[in-house]
Design a protein around this ligand. Structure first.
Ligand code: RP5
Length: 164
């Protein structure tokens, strides 16, 4: 069973990362979401990544805030693509997590998306774009979504042009 694995560092990340799961649900892409921390539960994180790979995880999405090492740790445990989502969870508004997530050493990539909600959403889209390389049906759905987005720009524009 092929699926997308979403790992969040804390329950406090859930509300934002729900946005990621919602997009995957909308496109009927199989996924699972668990809480596991690079710092607070390192053994659980290691065990989970190994088991998820065996179960069929194709892409990992790892979201964490503050000194966010979760995505990097996941990347160290798998050669599947890892997408990191920096959470805004401290006085630094996610800049800490952004730098911790994006600044991986050469040869250990984490595809890092934007801080917070936009990143959560884009992590789902990026995961689907990776899956769509070998899934024609999903590729067509993503293309149709782009067409709808472009149409929405036009209808939104018309709605405000009429107000002038
Ligand atoms: C990180 O620390 C988590 O991913 C979360 O974003 C942040 C704060 O965690 P809590 O103290 O809210 O559990 O590990």
């Amino acid at each position: 069973m092929k699926f997308v694995s979403i790992i969040i560092g804390s329950k406090s990340d859930y509300d934002v990362m729900r946005e990621c799961a919602k997009i995957l649900e909308k496109f009927s892409v199989m996924h699972e979401i668990i809480i596991s921390s690079a710092h607070r539960s390192p053994d659980r994180t290691h065990k989970y990544v190994q088991e998820a790979q065996k179960k069929g995880a194709q892409v990992f999405i790892a979201a964490a805030g503050m000194a966010a090492h979760l995505a990097g740790v996941v990347a160290s445990l798998t050669t599947k693509p890892v997408i990191g989502v920096p959470m805004s969870a401290s006085a630094l508004s996610g800049m800490d997590a952004l730098l911790s997530t994006v600044q991986m050493p050469g040869g250990m990539p984490v595809a890092t998306v934007a801080i917070g909600k936009a990143g959560a959403i884009n992590s789902a889209y990026l995961a689907m774009q990776i899956l769509a390389l070998e899934d024609r049906e999903l590729a067509v759905k993503l293309q149709e979504d782009r067409v709808l987005k472009a149409k929405k720009v036009e209808t939104d524009s018309v709605s405000i042009e009429l107000l002038v």
